[in-house]
Design a protein around this ligand. Structure first.
Ligand SMILES: [Zn+2]
Length: 302
């Protein structure tokens, strides 16, 4: 069975200062289109809270809001399960087969195809820093200052072939002759991460900044999983309906609360208008309808 996973930081309420967290979800990509993004076929396997209890100098506790510092501990647990799924399989039963059938019990093998996350999410999943000239997950395109706290990739024509008219023709503003940014690669990033794991203190920080990598990522232990190309965008937007209708209400504890029924205030007057609800009149109409039904069944019986 092919799996996809994803995570994102989401506020549980409209008030951004209220609780928020990072839910992690797995989907089964073998299911038919139209089913695999439905909430009943998604498995939320973890939620990392975006707050922690801290203690001040006087010994008083307070809630400190922040995104999880690292999601690698959760990915360690996930990778552990996925390694079992890919190497040994999970014991399953097929209830469409009789118990005596040799195919009633079977092993289900799983494989993770890709992981979804927005830009900060991709960085957290891959254990990459995503800053400076290493801001992009896939290439070394240097990002530029856009506004406070936001850097963006501008001058993207430099990704085109050197002879491309969009680069060379000055009808499109200026000639773009800067070289194409080099791509980032799985093996290279894994090697850099291993080196960084072995460093300590200021040396480690310097290397993290230089390469845009914090350290190793547990997902690289999985077969077929490419750290650079299999982390894709974006969960919240692909599964927006599910998140808005099911997962966020569940985290708020509202999922099982039934919406109160709107009281009936008007009924159709039969001429395209609405008549205000009047209890005795409606009861009389219902009685007349019941009598008509009774009469109809009598006629049918005769
Ligand atoms: Zn890029």
């Amino acid at each position: 069975m092919a799996l996809a996973a994803g995570c994102d930081g989401i506020p549980y309420h409209k008030d951004k200062n209220a609780s928020s967290g990072w839910p992690f979800v797995i989907t089964a990509e073998n299911l038919p289109p139209g089913a695999y993004r439905k909430n009943q076929h998604q498995h939320m396997f973890a939620v990392a809270p975006s707050e922690e209890l801290r203690c001040d100098e006087n010994g008083n506790t307070y809630i400190h809001k922040r995104d999880p510092t690292s999601i690698q501990p959760i990915l360690m647990m996930l990778s552990d399960e996925l390694l079992t799924g890919q190497d040994f399989g999970f014991n399953m039963r097929d209830f469409s087969q009789p118990l005596s059938s040799p195919t009633h019990h079977f092993k289900l093998f799983t494989i993770l195809l890709f992981f979804m996350g927005d830009y900060p999410g991709q960085g957290k999943v891959a254990n990459m820093k995503h800053a400076g000239s290493r801001a992009c997950h896939w290439c070394t395109h240097p990002f530029e200052y856009h506004s406070k706290g936001h850097s963006i990739a501008t001058k993207t024509r430099r990704h085109l072939d050197p002879e491309d008219p969009f680069r060379q023709d000055d009808a499109f503003t200026t000639v773009e002759d800067r070289p194409q940014p080099s791509m980032r690669h799985h093996d290279e990033t894994c090697d850099i991460a291993k080196d960084i794991d072995g460093l300590k203190g200021a040396q480690q920080e310097k290397a993290q900044k230089q390469h845009g990598v914090y350290g190793s990522c547990f997902l690289t232990l999985l077969h077929l999983f490419n750290l650079i190309w299999d982390i894709t965008g974006d969960m919240m937007h692909l599964m927006k309906g599910t998140w808005g209708r099911r997962i966020v209400p569940m985290l708020k504890g509202e999922l099982d609360q039934k919406r109160p029924k709107k009281p009936l205030t008007t009924y159709s007057d039969g001429n395209g208008g609405r008549t205000p609800y009047d209890a005795p009149e409606l009861a009389a109409r219902e009685k007349a309808f019941d009598l008509a039904k009774l009469e109809h069944s009598r006629v049918k019986a005769v």
